[in-house]
Design a protein around this ligand. Structure first.
Ligand code: ATP
Ligand code: MG
Length: 170
């Protein structure tokens, strides 16, 4: 059985790693869809799909993750009723979808897919929004993401990017 987890992973954090571990207990193979793949360089979506792919791949290598997995970037189509077919056109076949997002759940349910809401792990801190906020305000965030993600964000100068994008025109 193959399961799909979709997220934006801006950035990939320990909550995501935890939930992938949980899903791995139930499935034979995991598909990780990187949503809004075309977005980058904006305050809510600072990282490119390629950078997010590196974060995920290196984090899974870092924990010796042993399931087979596929990481697939998925661009937005601005048409909710076509979105599930779009996802299916890009991914290996799957029978179960894991998401906490109400719209994602609704769209897959209507398409006849089994949908599960994964348990949340320390959601107050392990949240992309909270991590981006901390990076911007200069608070410590490194402990909220896998070591590999700290390295990728360092390599692409993600902190400078997030700071400059927050300033706006002047
Ligand atoms: P943002 O605040 O930018 O929306 P996020 O932390 O919610 O970031 P997403 O990429 O939106 O990250 O998350 C995708 C999916 O990962 C969610 O729908 C949820 O199922 C799962 N997830 C996110 N955070 C956690 C967490 N702390 N514990 C378990 N699962 C999580
Ligand atoms: Mg979210």
């Amino acid at each position: 059985m193959r399961g799909l987890l979709i997220g934006r992973f801006q950035p990939f954090h320990k909550g995501h790693l935890y939930v992938i571990g949980k899903i791995a207990e139930e499935v034979d193979e995991i598909i990780i869809g990187i949503g809004s793949a075309q977005k980058s360089h904006c305050p809510d979506n600072p990282f490119t799909a390629g950078e997010r792919l590196m974060m995920i791949k290196k984090s899974l290598i870092g924990v010796n993750f042993s399931k087979n997995y596929y990481i697939i970037p998925i661009n937005d189509v601005n048409n909710n009723s076509l979105w599930v077919s779009h996802v299916r056109s890009l991914t290996p076949p799957f029978s179960k979808v894991y998401s906490g997002n109400p719209l994602v759940k609704r769209l897959f349910k209507e398409a006849g897919k089994e949908v599960a809401t994964p348990p949340l792990f320390n959601r107050k801190e392990f949240s992309g929004t909270e991590i981006r906020r901390r990076i911007l305000s200069g608070e410590s965030w490194e402990e909220l993401v896998p070591e590999a993600v700290v390295k990728v964000i360092g390599e692409v100068k993600g902190r400078d990017r997030i700071e400059e994008l927050a300033i706006g025109d002047r």
